[in-house]
Write a protein that binds this ligand. Structure first.
Ligand code: HPA
Length: 240
């Protein structure tokens, strides 16, 4: 198995006819779904667990990525529900993440903790795989999925939403979208030498943007609008 999809908030399944597999990693147990399409086995991992039971700051990111590595995964597409602090990207839009700024506070960010594991400083020149990004663009055109643009992702610790002042700062720093899960996921994938790309699905305006005080819009509605086409695009790339 070489190819995996990590589904974020609102994206919980790939295909109805898949089977589940439990992988025991040194960091903990992970359950994935595996689907066989024309002889190709694609792995699906629900980031927050089946039934969305794990909040962003408590996700066992290392177990998730280690489990994918143990299955032989080399290529990952992920979805990420995000708020927008860029007026050009509105709820319902789909963007491709091209870089991140890390504002997490309390997470294990690496597999390499010294000792036996050693000390490794992973290159972050291209955290998101340019090759997978290009392929996503091409396939999205064929599938008829509109990609609104590219985005710099700000990762916050959560689980609370941001204050107006924080969003003002993130915007000034060059952030386009804000979420709570892509760090350390992208970093750990990179440490394991995998090609990783994440697609942002904009679910709401960030706090204080666009004259809205209330952060949470209809997350499920924004998701449903595009999630099937996003999955179709992932599979199109993976099954080529
Ligand atoms: N902030 C942080 N994470 C999010 C948001 C947000 O506005 N929307 C979806 N995930």
């Amino acid at each position: 198995m070489k190819k995996a999809i990590i589904g974020g908030t609102g994206v919980y399944d790939l295909y109805p006819n898949c089977y589940s597999k439990t992988i025991n990693t040194k960091y903990g147990e992970v359950v994935v779904d595996i689907v066989n399409i024309n002889g190709e086995e694609i792995v699906f991992l629900a980031r927050h667990g089946k039934g969305h039971t794990v909040p962003p700051h408590l996700i066992n990111y290392r177990a998730n990525l280690k489990a994918l590595e143990m299955l032989g995964i080399k290529y990952i597409y992920a979805t990420a529900a995000v708020g927008s602090c860029n007026e050009n990207y509105q709820p319902g839009d789909v963007v491709i993440l091209t870089d991140f700024i890390d504002f997490t506070k309390n997470r294990t960010l690496t597999f390499y903790e010294g000792g036996e594991e050693g000390v490794v400083h992973t290159n972050m020149d291209n955290p998101y795989c340019p090759n997978l990004i290009n392929k996503f663009y091409e396939a999205s055109r064929e599938v008829g999925l509109k990609v609104k643009g590219e985005a710099i992702y700000i990762c916050t610790e959560g689980p609370r939403f941001e204050t107006k002042a924080e969003i003002k700062m993130y915007k000034k720093l060059g952030g386009d979208v804000v979420g709570m899960t892509n760090v350390p996921e992208v970093v750990l994938a990179k440490e394991l030498g995998m090609c990783y790309s994440a697609i942002g699905i904009i679910t709401n305006w960030c706090t204080g943007i666009n004259a809205t005080d209330i952060v949470l819009h209809d997350i499920q509605g924004s998701m449903n609008k595009n999630k099937e086409k996003i999955m179709e695009t992932f599979l199109k790339v993976f099954l080529e």
